[in-house]
Structure formats: structure tokens, C-alpha cells
Ligand binder design. Structure first.
Ligand code: BG6
Length: 497
């Protein structure tokens, strides 16, 4: 299905996100013929580009994009004819008149109805001021009946509960809630959406999907990259805000939520909020027992000296910002009471990998040699990236005499599908916003509920910046202390054949 004709205005268009994600994703949609019949992009930011110079920048970025698909430069050129640029200082209210003129000109020249998506790819300090300035020019309301205005806000949406509430309140005075799209790109990932299908399109998992049969759930997202050139942002964020409050909590919500009555945005988002509200709030002692944080330290790998976090550009030499978090939490409801959920996330770790592991309870007695002892033979692993897929592990008899158990896996891999193109998360999310489908965007109440859970941890850490702050050498599995604090009795799985 194609969206109605429209204009996409990107604020902060000369930045990294536009180059790395937005324009390459729009190009993919173009190649797949999924963009609206009439469609224009207007990039707006301070750098003084002409349309042509901006296109040239983006052309390089698309052709060099790490996905390294063999793009046809001529096709990229044709796509870029849809892209325009306005050199514009979004901090200066007086300039919004210029923006308005350019928008109206593009709409007229290209036969576009008055439908506009504003994308805030700017630093978060602008999330309030840009909408306020848009409102002053009347740019927040459509001029025609069939028109609309939507706004996409990048993360971080606030830095704690209070600021998230304040930002939400401000935005809702300017755009109605249903037109505010708070992006969490994890929800755009195919494999994440598949959790819902796996759970709600199959009858076999639901009877087991609860505290009676599930021993624990592990949700992890590790990266090999460090903070790159985002040191300044990351110093004020840290792994808890950067990954857990949004991405990992959303993954948890998909694993833990009840089935929505119908597959529509609001019923789904209602169930997500219920999960966040049911998370057991840590007592002060539990914060120190169940949450640990760490920073990567430098080391030499293959003759190259890799810097530690405190040596990165934009990072204070005595920074206590965490680049790693491991934590244990519980959901206080009848489905999940007593089942630990573990989160792990970190930068500069041994592997880039995001996955969810459902550990099922073991059999009441162990009858066979080699049977996975102390933990279950049965694990369902949902691999979000890379090698997207799902694996179910179980114990089987080793061929030959006796009864010796080996753990084996049943695998599904996306790469084995005949059409195995996996769209980037931004492709899906941009497409949804164009169509007006907010299912995969975070709603304000969910955001506030997740900050409500995270806030006490941030406050405790702010009071004792060094407590439970450990270290791990770059490109390793994280701090040793995670075992002491989070030992979950799963034990080592049996060997695989
Ligand atoms: C972003 C974080 O939201 O997610 C980054 O700000 C992080 O720090 C990124 O690197 C990870 O996303 P992905 O899709 O590569 O797992």
C-alpha cells in the first residue's frame, strides 16, 4: 500500500542520521516503489548547501552505505531529484517564514496536498524549540481538510521522567498525540515484530509462555563499536538511558505482554504500557544488588592500542558514565511473577549481537547421562541481529549404546527464505509514519512508565557515582562482576551436535 502524496521535512539534515539512515532508507523505499506517487524531501539545517551540493553529499552517503548493496548510481541520481535543501537556522524563529515559503513552493510546484511529516533529526535541545517555532508560523496545522501534520521525534525523548513528561506536554500542545511519532528503531526491526507473530499466530507457545514453564528470560544487545564521535552525547546518556530505557524495555514488552484484543496500534500500545507499569520497582538495596554498570578500558589488540572510554573524544578523564549495564528485574503480574528478566547491554564488547533467550524450566528429575543439569535443555533464542532467526534447543539421545543426552537445535534463519530482503528498521518506520500507522512508535504513557522504572536507578547512581561501577577491557564479554551479581543458575548448556 502506498501512502498519500506528501512532503517530508528533515530538521538537522546535514547530520549523521540523515546520511546514515534516513536518506539510504528512503532510497530503498524508492527502489521498491513504496514511496508515495508524489513525494518530496526537504532537508533543513544550518550548513550552507545548495540543493545540488546537498544531493551530492547524500549521493556519496548512499553509494558508500555500509550495507554495500550494488546500487545503480543513475537510480540514486533520479531519487535525489526528489530531495531539496534549505539552509536554515532552526534556532532562529525569524527564519521559519523562509521555511514556510519553501514548503509552499515545493507543494505547489509538485502538486502535493498539504500533508507534511516533520522529522526532528536535531540535537535533543531543539525538540521543544522547533515545534514552538513551527506553531508560531501556523506550520503545525494543515490548511486543508485532507491535509495533516505529523512529527517524528528521535530519541532521547527526555533524560528522565520529569523531562520526558515536560517534553510530552509541550509537544501535545502543538500536535495531537496521534500525530506524534516517537521513534524507537528497535521496533522497526523485522525480527522484533516477529516476536508478536511468533507468540500470537502460533498455538504451541502460549500454554508455555508463563511462570510455570519459563525459568528466566535474557535480553541482550551488545556492540563492538565504542562511542565513536558521540562522546559528548553519550557522557550525558550512558547505557541505561541509551539502550535500556528504550530498546531493551521495548523488547521485554513484546515478550511479556498479553495478546491485544485486535492488532491495532492502540490496543497493542495499551498492552505495552501494562507491562511497564507491572515491573517491580527496585528498593534502594535492590538497585545495588541487581544492577551493575561498567566502563570499557583500553588495551592493545593485534598491535593497535584501543582507547578506553575515558580516553575517548568528548569524554571526561574521570567520567563515571556507564558503557555497560547488566540487571535483573521482575514483572509483578500473574504471568511473570518470580521469573527473572535479565538485561545486558554494552559498547565495545566482543560481539555485535542482539537476542532474546527464553530459558524453559528443566524436567523435575534428571534421568539421563549428559542431561543439561542445573538448567534446562530447552531454550528458545530469538536472534534479532545479526543472523536473524529463531532457534529452539532441546535434548536428544546420542546415537549408540546407552542413553546419553545432547542438546540440539532446530533453526530458522531469515537468510533461508527465498525472498530474504530484510528492510532496515528506518525503512519500516518511515513507511509507517507516511501511512499514519503508529503501532511501532512509542506512546507517551509507555515512555513515562519506562522512565518511572529507570529514574530511581539514575538517582541512586548520581548520589554514589563510583558504587558498582566496574571495568572491562575493550572487546571482551563485560565485567566479571556480572556473574556475582546476576548469577541466574542457568549453568552451562550441554554440548551441541
Ligand atoms: C541507538 C543508540 O539508539 O542504538 C546507539 O543510541 C546504539 O548508541 C544503537 O549504537 C544500536 O542500534 P543497533 O540497531 O545497531 O543495534
Amino acid at each position: 500500500k502506498k501512502a498519500d502524496n506528501q512532503l517530508l521535512v528533515i530538521f538537522g539534515a546535514s547530520g549523521d542520521l540523515t546520511k546514515r539512515k534516513l536518506l539510504p532508507s528512503l532510497f530503498e523505499l524508492y527502489v521498491r516503489n513504496l514511496l508515495p506517487e508524489k513525494f518530496r524531501v526537504l532537508g533543513a539545517s544550518r550548513t550552507a548547501f545548495t540543493d545540488e551540493e546537498f544531493r551530492e553529499e547524500q549521493r556519496k552517503a548512499i553509494l558508500d552505505s555500509p550495507e554495500a548493496k550494488p546500487y545503480d548510481p543513475e537510480q540514486v541520481g533520479r531519487f535525489l531529484q526528489l530531495v531539496h535543501y534549505l539552509s536554515f537556522d532552526s534556532t532562529n524563529e525569524a527564519e521559519y517564514g523562509k521555511l514556510k515559503e519553501r514548503i509552499e513552493q515545493l507543494q505547489q510546484q509538485n502538486g502535493l496536498d498539504d500533508r507534511i511529516i516533520y522529522y526532528l533529526a536535531t540535537p535533543p535541545v531543539m525538540y521543544e524549540s522547533v515545534p514552538v517555532s513551527l506553531q508560531k508560523q501556523g506550520l503545525n496545522k494543515p490548511r486543508t481538510r485532507e491535509g495533516w501534520r505529523r512529527i517524528i521525534v528521535e530519541k532521547p525523548f527526555g533524560t528522565n521522567l520529569e523531562s520526558a513528561e515536560r517534553l510530552g506536554e509541550k509537544l501535545r500542545k502543538i500536535f495531537p498525540e496521534e500525530n506524534i511519532y516517537r521513534i524507537d528503531h528497535y521496533l522497526g526491526k523485522e525480527t522484533v515484530q516477529n516476536i508478536l507473530v511468533l507468540r500470537f499466530a502460533n498455538g504451541i507457545f502460549e500454554p508455555l509462555w508463563n511462570r510455570n514453564y519459563i525459568d528466566s528470560v535474557e535480553i541482550s544487545a551488545t556492540e563492538t563499536l565504542g562511542v565513536e564521535n558521540r562522546g559528548k552525547y553519550y557522557e550525558g546518556a550512558g547505557a541505561l538511558r541509551d539502550m535500556i530505557q528504550n530498546h531493551l524495555m521495548q523488547l521485554m514488552a513484546f515478550v511479556a505482554m498479553e495478546n491485544p484484543a485486535v492488532f491495532d496500534p492502540e490496543p497493542i500500545r495499551d498492552e505495552i504500557v501494562k507491562v511497564f507499569r507491572a515491573i517491580h520497582r527496585y528498593s534502594p538495596t535492590e538497585i545495588w544488588n541487581d544492577v551493575i554498570r561498567a566502563q570499557y578500558t583500553g588495551r592493545t589488540v593485534g598491535g593497535t592500542a584501543l582507547p578506553g572510554y575515558r580516553e575517548e573524544k568528548g569524554v571526561a578523564a574521570d567520567s563515571t558514565t556507564e558503557t555497560y549495564v547488566a540487571m535483573k528485574l521482575f514483572i509483578d503480574n500473574w504471568r511473570w511473577g518470580g521469573v527473572p528478566f535479565y538485561f545486558y547491554t554494552g559498547k565495545r564488547m566482543a560481539e555485535k549481537k542482539s537476542e532474546i533467550v527464553i530459558n524453559f524450566k528443566s524436567t523435575p528429575t534428571q534421568m539421563f547421562a549428559g542431561q543439561c543439569s542445573g538448567s534446562s535443555c530447552n531454550k528458545l533464542t530469538i536472534r534479532i541481529q545479526p543472523d536473524e532467526g529463531i532457534t529452539l534447543k532441546f535434548g536428544l539421545k546420542m546415537p549408540g549404546a546407552g542413553f546419553t543426552v545432547r542438546q540440539v537445535g532446530m533453526d530458522f534463519r531469515y537468510s533461508s527464505l527465498s525472498s530474504n530482503y530484510l528492510p532496515d528498521a528506518y525503512e519500516r518506520l518511515l513507511m509507517d509514519a507516511m501511512l499514519g500507522d503508529s503501532t511501532l512508535y512509542a506512546r507517551q504513557d509507555a515512555l513515562e512508565a519506562s522512565w518511572g522504572f529507570i529514574d530511581p536507578i539514575l538517582q541512586a547512581w548520581a548520589k554514589k557515582p563510583d558504587k558498582n561501577l566496574y571495568t572491562y577491557p575493550v572487546l571482551t564479554e563485560g565485567p566479571e562482576e556480572r556473574y556475582d551479581l546476576l548469577y541466574h543458575g542457568a549453568g552451562a548448556p550441554g554440548p551441541e551436535i
